[in-house]
Design a protein around this ligand. Structure first.
Ligand code: SF4
Length: 389
């Protein structure tokens, strides 16, 4: 049983009532509005994961919460932060080398910063004749490589720990000779740590991603309590689990009793999946890594170990990245994705949102991915209360 008084099996309606009742209490008012002349502020909760944001938006939780609670989408969209130059490299590999290029579906529509007259997405490269295939699981990559023994197969991997762990498992078990990896995988917690280390993190409490914690262990998020003294709860993807986590962090704040609360006990343990972690350790190093529009975040990326050099697409093929290319690595002109990803801006605060940037014609990656806040808000509806406190 988690130490949050609300059990994660409590129904969503009850959870919501409990959160809103707590938020309306004199203690919460005193916390947020110690001097009523200055007006109240909101209790800001960052939900790290794009899956959380989707569940929050689809279920309408944001609009049902007490108006003094503000939910801020965080950096949990791997497609949104995948380096532009890596996508460019994948496109060029597919166009110029005799390969089969595999990628998860979201990645196919992310545009790079080249002229609109050129091929700017993997989808356009596919239409131009490149052999590009969308896959849903790393096992498909192995299957396609085995079915095509005379072709080189490159798997373009963008994702966080939950995606990277099965790739590590695939590599550790068996990789066909003709399968290689263009790895652009990242860890979630370093981006959150970077925000917390900044002068203005922009949030009062943290909801950590349940699927990442399932693999890496709940303990990975203990740093938020120990180093930054910020109320933190790990949540799953149901409204009940999320609301339980909101209740927990609010109560932690009000009682000044901070602890890492596991509101996803069905799957998350303190230690996580030990064998998945061992496979990650066996196959990959943790390295400083670039996040699109944000820059280098220390120790935030996965790179293949030297023992797998013969499967490292960065070493096997020419470098097409064109270091001098104009706007290389940047967000598209006018796109505020990086600020959206870091919770500094809401999607509708981008001037292009819903005007020149929509899901059927995305300008930036946050409007492409199912885990991107811009797309989620456009598809499922932006919150009613549009003002930021
Ligand atoms: Fe980028 Fe489009 Fe989102 Fe603006 S609305 S931040 S252009 S993805």
């Amino acid at each position: 049983m988690p130490d949050n008084v609300l059990s994660s099996s409590t129904d969503a309606k009850t959870c919501l009532q409990r959160v809103n009742t707590l938020m309306a209490s004199p203690a919460a008012k005193a916390l947020l509005d110690p001097d009523s002349k200055k007006g109240s502020r909101r209790f800001k909760i960052m939900n790290v994961c794009g899956g959380h944001e989707r569940s929050i938006s689809m279920s309408g939780i944001r609009n049902a919460l007490h108006p003094s609670i503000e939910l801020i989408p965080g950096p949990g969209c791997p497609v949104c932060i995948c380096p532009e130059e890596d996508i460019y490299q994948a496109i060029q590999l597919a166009l110029n080398e005799d390969i089969i290029l595999l990628a998860f579906g979201d990645m196919l529509r992310v545009p790079v910063n080249t002229s609109k007259k050129t091929i700017r997405t993997l989808q356009q490269a596919h239409a131009a004749g490149a052999d590009i295939r969308a896959i849903a699981s790393p096992l498909e990559a192995r299957q396609i490589a085995l079915q095509n023994p005379h072709r080189a197969v490159v798997f373009f991997v963008a994702g966080f720990e939950t995606t990277t762990a099965p790739v590590a498992g695939l590599i550790a078990e068996f990789i066909p000779d003709n399968l290689s990896f263009l790895l652009a995988a990242r860890l979630t917690w370093p981006a959150v740590a970077m925000l917390l280390e900044s002068d203005i993190p922009g949030f009062d409490a943290l909801i950590a991603p349940g699927h990442v914690a399932t693999i890496m262990g709940g303990n990975e998020w203990q740093f938020a309590i120990n180093q930054f003294q910020i109320p933190t709860a790990i949540a799953g993807f149901t409204p009940e689990s999320l609301l339980t986590a909101f209740y927990s962090v609010l109560r932690q704040q009000l009682e000044q009793r901070l602890f890492l609360d596991n509101c996803y006990p069905q799957l998350v343990t303190q230690q996580g999946n030990i064998s998945a972690q061992a496979q990650l350790k066996q196959t990959m190093n943790i390295v400083d890594a670039n996040w699109r529009g944000i820059g280098i975040i220390p120790q935030s990326g996965f790179a293949l170990k030297a023992a797998y050099d013969q499967h490292n697409a960065r070493l096997l093929f020419d470098d097409y990245e064109q270091q001098a290319r104009r706007h290389r690595g940047a967000m598209p002109a006018g796109c505020d994705c990086a600020k959206v990803v870091l919770g500094k801006l809401y999607p509708y605060e981008c001037k292009l949102y819903g005007r020149t940037c929509k899901p059927d014609e995305p300008v930036g990656p946050c409007m492409v991915s199912d885990e991107g806040a811009c797309r989620i808000w456009w598809v499922h509806g932006a919150p009613r209360n549009k003002t930021k406190a």
